[in-house]
Design a binder for this molecule. Structure first.
Ligand code: RIB
Length: 294
């Protein structure tokens, strides 16, 4: 079984700030760093660091070749990343003194996927292979329909949530990995238990992983439900915490681990990621996660 992510690659410009800038305010930053990020590649890297064999696909510009180097370094297959004449996606991220962030996203090359490109990439995958998606590339409805036709299992992290997701046939999704805000936007509910109930009603066969920030995560699949609290740490940057959880969760499923153990491993991996700055580089390796769980 192979795992493919068709997803974003962003150059993250990360500014340390006292507080998130307010309308009309000019704020001097405490510092700036450039990191590799993008929900797609972060999740591919988390899968790879957790030990899974993963293929990443998407588009970058000539200014994004460092993503190809990073794939090589962390063991992500980059055969299906195309370089085009467009700027690589980028973000402007503010991280405040409480480690909270806000993100401005410029899609760039991430939003230049074509049906011909998607068909070519998917032709290398078959029934039961896993496709992991987020909402930072264009053509999501087409990608979902085409992968579903092939019999692939589709995992969706509907992030960032926007109206375009309403064009997707979410009944074709096998695994949802989402936070409570996204869960609320899909279901119209606000309480975690009600969100889960509604998601299960809408998508009765899907596995659902709902992350709840400081309240941990909950998992539901048919009659099974599990809860996982967070591991408390001193956070410095929460960017990519959810991506780390997603990658580790899928890696655990692929390994055939029991769900409570997968949740524990994923929560631990996220708790380590938030103690470090940046996205791709903040994600821990499996050995470190396992050592820390002992
Ligand atoms: O989930 C974190 C990611 O969201 C960042 O790396 C940034 O690129 C945005 O896409």
């Amino acid at each position: 079984m192979k795992v493919l992510t068709i997803g974003s690659m962003n150059i993250d410009h990360v500014y340390s700030v006292d507080h998130i800038v307010q309308p009309g305010e000019t704020l001097t930053t405490g510092g700036m760093n450039i990191f590799l990020g993008g929900k797609g590649i972060n999740q591919s890297m988390a899968l790879a660091k957790a030990g899974a064999q993963v293929y990443h696909s998407g588009m970058i510009g000539e200014d994004g070749t460092m993503f190809l180097d990073a794939c090589k370094e962390y063991g992500v297959n980059s055969d299906y990343i195309r370089t085009i004449e467009e700027k690589t996606g980028h973000t402007i991220i503010q991280v405040d003194k409480n480690a909270q962030n806000c993100i401005l996203l410029y899609g760039g090359a991430n939003r230049c996927l074509t049906e011909e490109f998607v068909d070519e990439v998917l032709s290398h995958f078959e029934k039961d292979d896993i496709l992991l998606l987020q909402n930072e590339v264009n053509l999501l409805p087409y990608i979902i329909d085409t992968a579903y036709e092939k019999g692939m299992q589709i995992a969706l992290n509907p992030s960032p949530f926007d109206d375009k997701l309403n064009e997707c046939d979410l009944t074709k999704i096998s695994i949802f990995l989402l936070n409570e805000i996204e869960g609320g936007q899909i279901t119209g509910e606000s309480e975690p238990a009600a969100i889960l109930d509604k998601l299960q009603l809408l998508y009765p066969n899907a596995r659902i992983v709902l992350t709840l920030g400081k309240d941990g995560a909950v998992y539901a699949h048919r009659n099974e439900r599990y809860e996982q609290p967070i591991f408390k740490v001193e956070a410095v940057d929460t960017t990519a915490a959810g991506d780390t959880f997603t990658g580790y969760f899928l890696a655990g499923l692929i390994d055939g681990m029991a769900v409570p153990d997968i949740l524990r491993m994923s929560a631990k991996a996220s708790s380590i990621a938030v103690t470090r700055h940046g996205a791709v580089q903040s994600i821990p390796y499996r050995s470190e996660v396992e050592e820390s769980l002992k």
